[in-house]
Design a protein around this ligand. Structure first.
Ligand SMILES: Cc1ncc(COP(=O)(O)O)c(C=O)c1O
Length: 274
């Protein structure tokens, strides 16, 4: 939209931004200010970028007052406040904005989200709409009036304790899934703060379609949300284990090497299993 140059930064095997590469890219572009997208839960691996290290890297490379950080907390932004020992995303830090989706963890029935930013940015952007008697900062000059009602309703119905319990349940179930995958000899990774379990891509497209698995290259993932029960995980796992033997010649499962995607410690191929 802004027709600005975009620089891709490498990631670590966890999916987090690689701050060594970030530093190099900043150095190569030190004549320009930087707009950085920090992920609070990446789409595929659920990785949470180290915000403090990103800020430290910017300052070390002389970008002190020449950066804008947006924190994309689409899914995990609403879970992280309830995860013990999770780092804090806060306007006490030099960030410009943070966003969360309303149709992911909260489960609103239509696409919606919340963006929180500093008043100075709203003032620069928003125009007064006389007939609405309010300020409008949307790109289209239009927004869904039902979405905030659904958000308000869900937040109030579940409350702080309700959200906390759901987050804890998701994390517990994600650990269960990862443990059972590994017990079945299937390579799997679960980032420390996340409920997104990454594992080897099933070899059968019919199975992928039936379970609506999102795949990328050699990996697939399950995003464990409050609706995902232990029973559902069990039937998924039982079917995966049962079908998996039929995908290999003579029923001998040879786990493919996915160390590049999940790290050697999570890979159960014949080389890394030992
Ligand atoms: C990290 C991340 N950012 C943004 C989005 C898109 O969010 P929305 O559907 O609210 O536009 C997603 C959706 O999967 C996501 O995972």
């Amino acid at each position: 939209m802004y027709r600005m140059d975009c620089v891709k930064v490498d990631t670590l095997v966890t999916g987090e931004i690689d701050c060594a590469d970030f530093g190099r890219k900043l150095f190569e572009n030190k004549d320009k200010p930087a707009i950085i997208n920090v992920n609070i839960g990446t789409t595929v691996k659920g990785a949470v970028d180290d915000l403090d290290l990103v800020i430290e890297t910017l300052e070390k490379l002389g970008f002190e007052n020449r950066f804008y950080i947006h924190c994309d907390g689409a899914l995990f932004g609403l879970m992280m406040p309830f995860v013990k020992l999770a780092p804090k995303v806060s306007f006490k830090k030099p960030i410009g904005s943070v966003s969360v989706s309303g149709h992911k963890f909260v489960g609103c029935p239509m696409p919606c989200g919340v963006q929180i930013t500093r008043l100075k940015h709203i003032k620069a952007l928003a125009s007064n709409v006389e007939y609405l008697a309010s300020r409008d900062a949307t790109i289209m000059g239009s927004r869904n009036g039902h979405a905030p009602i659904f958000l308000w309703y869900t937040l109030n119905r579940k409350g702080y304790r309700g959200f906390q319990k759901e987050v804890q349940k998701c994390l517990r179930n994600a650990h269960y899934l990862k443990g059972r995958l590994k017990d079945a000899g299937i390579s799997a990774m679960l980032n420390e703060l996340s409920s997104t379990v990454v594992f080897e891509r099933p070899k059968d497209e019919e199975f992928v379609r039936r379970w609506q698995l999102a795949c990328e290259g050699n990996i697939s993932h399950v995003v464990v949300m409050p609706s995902v029960t232990i029973n559902k995980l069990d039937s998924f796992l039982n079917e995966l284990v049962e079908k998996r033997v039929t995908w290999y010649p003579e029923g001998i499962c040879q786990s493919p090497c996915i160390a590049e995607d999940v790290g050697q410690e999570n890979c159960l191929c014949s080389l890394h299993r030992l």
